[in-house]
Design a protein around this ligand. Structure first.
Ligand SMILES: [Zn+2]
Length: 85
């Protein structure tokens, strides 16, 4: 028995950590960065009606099967949502 350092493959499941599609296994995952445009254009989650409370969401899109995974970039934004909901 060899003792391999298995630093990937355990835990970290999902397009964000593995850069691999969890659905079809393709490594063709494209990152679409979160943006908050002047009129709220781009992909974000609305927190009420105020634009300043919009939260940036990054999307990881699989170029093979079209699976989309969404992640909030900033920890403080996650805290915002936790406080609000
Ligand atoms: Zn896929």
């Amino acid at each position: 028995m060899t003792e391999d350092k298995n630093d990937k493959g355990m835990g970290g499941v999902g397009a964000k950590s593995t850069k691999t599609c969890p659905k079809c296994g393709a490594k063709d995952v494209v990152l679409v960065p979160g943006r908050v445009g002047p009129f709220g254009t781009g992909n974000n989650i609305w927190m009420g009606v105020c634009i300043f409370s919009a939260v940036k969401v990054s999307r990881y899109v699989c170029g093979q099967c079209g699976f989309v995974e969404e992640w909030i970039d900033k920890k403080e934004d996650i805290e915002k949502i936790k406080r609000k909901h």
